[in-house]
Design a protein around this ligand. Sequence first.
Ligand SMILES: Cc1ncc(COP(=O)(O)O)c(C=O)c1O
Length: 400
Amino acid sequence: MPLSLSRRAARTVQSEIRAMSIACEKVKGINLAQGVCDTEVPAPVREGAKQAIDHGINSYTRAEGLAPIRQAIAEKMRRFNGVECDHETEVIVNSGSTGAFYAVCLALLNPGDEVILFEPYYGYHLNTLVAVEAVPLYVTLRAPDWTFNREDLERTVTLRTRAIMLNSPSNPSGKVFTREELEWIANFAKRHDLFVFTDEIYEYFIFEGRHISMATLPGMRERTITMSGYSKTFSITGWRIGYTVCDRRWAQGISYFHDLIYVCAPAPLQIGVAEGIRQLPESFYEEIGKEFIQKRDLLCNTLHEIGLTPSVPNGAYYVLADASILSGTTSREKAMCLLNETGVATVAGSAFYHGNGGENLIRFCFAKTDAELAEACRRLKALPEKLPSEIPSGARDHYR
Ligand SMILES: Cc1ncc(COP(=O)(O)O)c(C=O)c1O
């Protein structure tokens, strides 16, 4: 046998988001492609980590994470999410929620097991499933509200389906599943005996109402694997602190695989996050919603004005916009057209669909400082002058 990559590696491609960030760098553009939160890290989080380093918390930790952060997460789960959990046996600190999902998949899925994924999906969810040789089954959310057809779910599920993936608030659509939708999915999961893998990383980025955790719905505690983390909430994407909360029956296996791949999340940074959870007042979290609503409105109003009609999100910090007016036949060409004309980088909609459902969409991220977002909007406003005056018929109507 000649030397070669594994079949698994041969299937992987460079992430669309990373490719766009590189293209953006080349033209010194403004990167609204990547979900990197440029806002300030709260002081208790920074100070907590610095003090932990100075006090010698620099070694491997227990596979499940240090006690102070597990206790802080369990307390926060009770207070904010309404989920009771035992910090000793039902909370695992992970290398980001990305590390959480990989360990969850290794512990709970066999090769060939099917997992239902709503599309537009978050690429890492799909690629993680593919990496563990699970089989994704797609159910498409329909714009502009990103609702799903219940019959589509019933048609999709088979005897080999083991889980359904939920991400609310969602990347890239910004959809926040309603209580009624969550209840329907909960009953569906119970009827077909499925796990629900729920990625709640944007739980504090909600512009109306309050976050609902799937694990709080009747009968869902034992089959729900809740994953989240502090990358977004504390603007620490590079720290890699996430967590899993689930029934103790699953926690041990998840912790085993997390240990095998990552050993543990960075020790002093676990303490920084624990201090943040312990010290920051409720108002800190309420401010996130208020701050991001302003960013959302600034970007969405600009997009409306220039004819890139947005689907206004209810949560998270992304906007999918109708890219019909941009030249190009694929969403990648359209995203490149926008980058070339305005210097603003976005992600091609095709990154979020398995078929061609995203070819008329581009995704903007508004987790940027106010100054940077204002500059991006100023540049975007120049778009209409740069495009041919003839706008393709049907453009601007996509979401009406
Ligand atoms: C839906 C979703 N889940 C998880 C992540 C990554 O989270 P973490 O930094 O905790 O791995 C992201 C980042 O963009 C995301 O959008």
